[in-house]
Design a protein around this ligand. Structure first.
Ligand SMILES: CC(C)(COP(=O)(O)OP(=O)(O)OC[C@H]1O[C@@H](n2cnc3c(N)ncnc32)[C@H](O)[C@@H]1OP(=O)(O)O)[C@@H](O)C(=O)NCCC(=O)NCCSC(=O)c1cc(O)c2ccccc2c1O
Length: 272
């Protein structure tokens, strides 16, 4: 049965839909192969925050409108001096904030990729937890060709994902890779015929939704801790604090403070 998506929020450059525990966020600029401008990224940040804060959402799907492209990176028509310039005239590289949000949202994000997945678009799929691609998908970086580079997740996480040699090849040569090649190098998780892309992505999302949300949440933070430096460790530690807050032991500390008495932690075991 196809999913009946419900338009839950209104934006200009993106679509935000929800159904059956999933949120689907679609970059909706097919006329420029779903390139993002600063406003697109602001809307994506708002949408990811909405999905994070919605307790009924357990998995987020990020995709691009149409079958021609997932995303072709930054909109080169609005690239000014010092960044991409939106209506407010301020040059920004705000996709970096979006990348961090996709990493830190405590729910799996699945990139659903058809067509071009290039430049900043490829970095977006890279920072997602999982990627399901259609057989027409093409991956690659263009930075050194168009006078740009992403030396953060774009370089470091790519190297952790596909290995140092392959990551250097991808950036230095700016070649394009088919979905099958991307699968073989470990850049993505699965390749399916284009007409089955959403069905397969939803199947993966639903399998995750059957699992323990806290286990999935902590696992995401644990994987990030391995790759994301102190920010990753902060996320993992934040989960420990969250779980600790739910215990009687933590509540005793809070209650003692509020009741202006000495806390009594003696009843809590010191487990091995
Ligand atoms: C993506 C393509 C390979 C598609 O080729 P195709 O032949 O299918 O289609 P066209 O080339 O004819 O494109 C159709 C139409 O779309 C316009 N368009 C496509 N991509 C962009 C884009 N990125 N920006 C603006 N416009 C785009 C194209 O001009 C056509 O319009 P017409 O009006 O002319 O019909 C191919 O289009 C392509 O190679 N695109 C460019 C890919 C690219 O170089 N992207 C930018 C990389 S840099 C980047 O993304 C980036 C962004 C950041 O914000 C960063 C922040 C911090 C660090 C690094 C960053 C970063 O690297």
């Amino acid at each position: 049965m196809p999913v009946e998506w419900k338009r839950s929020r209104d934006y200009r450059d993106i679509l935000y839909e929800t159904a059956e525990g999933m949120a689907k966020i679609t970059i909706n600029r097919p006329e420029v192969r779903n390139a993002f401008r600063p406003e697109t990224v602001m809307e994506l940040i708002d949408a990811f925050q909405a999905a994070r804060d919605d307790a009924s959402v357990g998995v987020v799907i990020l995709t691009g409108a149409g079958k021609e492209a997932f995303c072709s990176g930054g909109d080169q028509r609005v690239r000014g001096e010092g960044g991409y310039v939106g209506a407010d005239g301020i040059p920004r590289l705000n996709v970096l904030e979006l990348q961090r949000l996709i990493r830190s949202i405590p729910k799996p994000v699945i990139a659903m990729v058809a067509g071009w997945c290039i430049g900043g678009g490829n970095v977006l799929q890279l920072v997602c937890d999982l990627t399901i691609a259609a057989d027409n998908a093409i991956f690659g970086q263009t930075g050194p060709k168009v006078g740009s580079f992403d030396g953060g997740y774009g370089a470091g996480l790519l190297a952790r994902t596909v290995g140092q040699k392959k990551a250097r090849e991808i950036w230095y040569l700016c070649r394009r890779y088919t979905a099958r090649e991307a699968l073989a190098m470990g850049l993505i998780n699965a390749v399916v015929p284009l007409d089955q892309l959403e069905e397969e992505t939803v199947r993966w999302a639903k399998e995750i939704l059957e699992k323990s949300p806290t286990a999935i949440r902590v696992l995401k933070a644990a994987f990030n801790a391995e790759t994301d430096g102190l920010a990753g460790i902060q996320e993992l530690a934040g989960n420990a604090t969250l779980l600790y807050y739910l215990t009687e032991e933590a509540k005793e500390g809070r209650n003692a403070f509020l009741e202006k008495r000495k806390p009594d932690f003696s009843r809590f075991p010191r487990l091995p």
